[in-house]
Design a protein around this ligand. Structure first.
Ligand SMILES: Cc1ncc(COP(=O)(O)O)c(C=O)c1O
Length: 427
């Protein structure tokens, strides 16, 4: 296992009580599989839980921690569910995904300019996380390498750990706008990892690759046929500043036999709890995921399919309106961060996260207490100002913290003002 300095989460005592820990090993009962010992509780959930508990105790808390949209799906989605329930069969569905859902996904793919796919290229899952997990199971043998840029979405590490893959981290610090360069990719793919996980727009940084940047990376990918490329691009409808969403197969359609596009209804349609994930890729991969489904979940529930079809094929005002709203919120958050001396924050152009490098403040004190790292800084911010952010080490970049700005609009300005005060008070 290749480990970066930020790889093992240094959980401070402030967050430790909120761990969902495994009980002590007992000798009078059978043991758990080794792989479960490699699975770690989510650092994001620890902070969210602590914030929730402080709120329950009557503290005034503003949460910038969890990356969930703060809106519900459109009325037509609920209508489709109500209509479906009148004719529900109560039966198992298709392992791959209901034909109507696959067709709605194909419509969505065409809207994104991803043409030429058929139902046979697609498969569904219980959220993108489930699809990513299944891809790791289906494409990696034990000990194979999975490469991905740092900062990364937390679950990449956990999934790799559970399937016992080697991890090759590709450091992309704020100095390079948190983006992977063609030279880095070239060096990484030359080592023939079985899988590259790529995420655009990015969670946690909100960075978006331009068409030129994607084209330059695609040129590198074209040289290396041994690596599956996972484009975990579920924030594809949350792109600002007219940058547009770009995928390797837009610029090099021949990469379709190696690039697997992963999408989800969670973020764009306000449906994280409905658990719908989708993929488009080579038939052989879609078939493998269908086989995994047949042995795990059998199918998505039929009523969920009905909701998903309505979301993907129905009116698209919800994702469009929310994208505009998030762009405005991004501006508001950046205006505050840019005015704080010492904070370095590459300008995000998508998703709903900003990821400022706050390391200039490590070693300073707040309310007389020294803050030495991202965990201590986030803990002090939560304790003193009631604002919950996620320490960057959860994403492999311990110099930063993540602000998720999906909170109700009236909370945004007060939350950011508290952050401004917090840094102004550090000495
Ligand atoms: C980059 C990334 N990939 C995958 C997921 C999982 O999404 P889903 O809710 O569809 O499982 C998330 C959720 O936060 C994410 O940010």
């Amino acid at each position: 296992m290749v480990k970066s300095p930020g790889f093992v989460l240094p959980l401070s005592s402030v967050f430790r009580p909120f761990l969902t820990s495994f009980p002590e090993k007992r000798l009078d009962m059978p043991q758990l599989a080794q792989r479960i010992g490699r699975a770690k509780p989510s650092a994001i959930m620890q902070i969210a839980e602590k914030a929730k508990q402080m709120k329950a105790e009557g503290r005034d808390i503003i949460s910038f921690s969890i990356g969930v949209p703060n809106f519900l799906p459109g009325k037509h989605v609920y209508q489709a569910v109500a209509d479906w329930l009148k004719k529900d069969s109560g039966q198992y569905g298709s392992n791959r995904g209901a034909p109507e859902l696959l067709d709605a996904f194909l419509v969505h793919l065409e809207r994104l300019g991803l043409n030429g796919y058929t139902r046979a290229n697609c498969a569904t899952g219980v959220g993108a996380k489930h699809i990513l997990y299944n891809l790791a199971e289906a494409l990696l043998d034990e000990g194979d390498t999975i490469a991905f840029p740092t900062p990364y979405w937390t679950s990449y590490v956990d999934i790799a750990e559970i399937v016992n893959a080697k991890i090759e981290l590709l450091p992309c610090p704020a100095e390079q706008d948190y983006k992977l360069t063609p030279a880095q990719l070239d060096a990484a793919l030359a080592k023939k990892p079985r899988m590259l996980l790529f995420n655009n727009p990015s969670n946690p940084t909100g960075m978006v690759y331009s068409r030129e940047e994607i084209a330059a990376l695609a040129d590198v990918i074209a040289k290396y046929p041994d690596t599956w490329i996972i484009a975990d691009d579920l924030y594809n409808q949350m792109v600002f500043d007219d940058v547009g969403y770009h995928n390797f197969v837009h610029v090099r359609p021949e990469l379709k036999d190696r690039v697997i596009f992963v999408d989800s209804l969670s973020k764009s349609y306000g449906m994280p709890g409905w658990r719908v994930g989708l993929l488009a890729g080579p038939e052989v991969v879609a078939n493998a995921i269908t086989t995994m489904n047949s042995n795990h979940i059998t199918s998505l529930p039929e009523v969920i399919n009905a909701a998903a079809v309505a979301a993907l094929a129905g009116p698209q005002d919800v994702p469009q309106e929310k994208c505009r709203e998030f762009a405005q919120k991004r501006d508001e958050v950046l205006a505050v961060l840019d005015a704080i001396p010492g904070i370095v924050c590459p300008r995000p152009q998508g998703a709903f996260y900003v990821f400022p490098d706050v390391s200039a403040y490590f070693g300073k004190s707040h309310n007389g207490k020294q803050v030495n790292n991202d965990m201590e800084l986030c803990a002090a911010l939560l304790e003193s100002k009631g604002v919950a952010c996620v320490p960057g080490s959860a994403f492999g970049e311990p110099r930063a913290l993540r602000i998720s700005y999906t909170c109700p609009t009236p909370q945004l300005a007060p939350g950011m003002e508290r952050i401004r005060e917090f840094f102004a008070e550090m000495a």
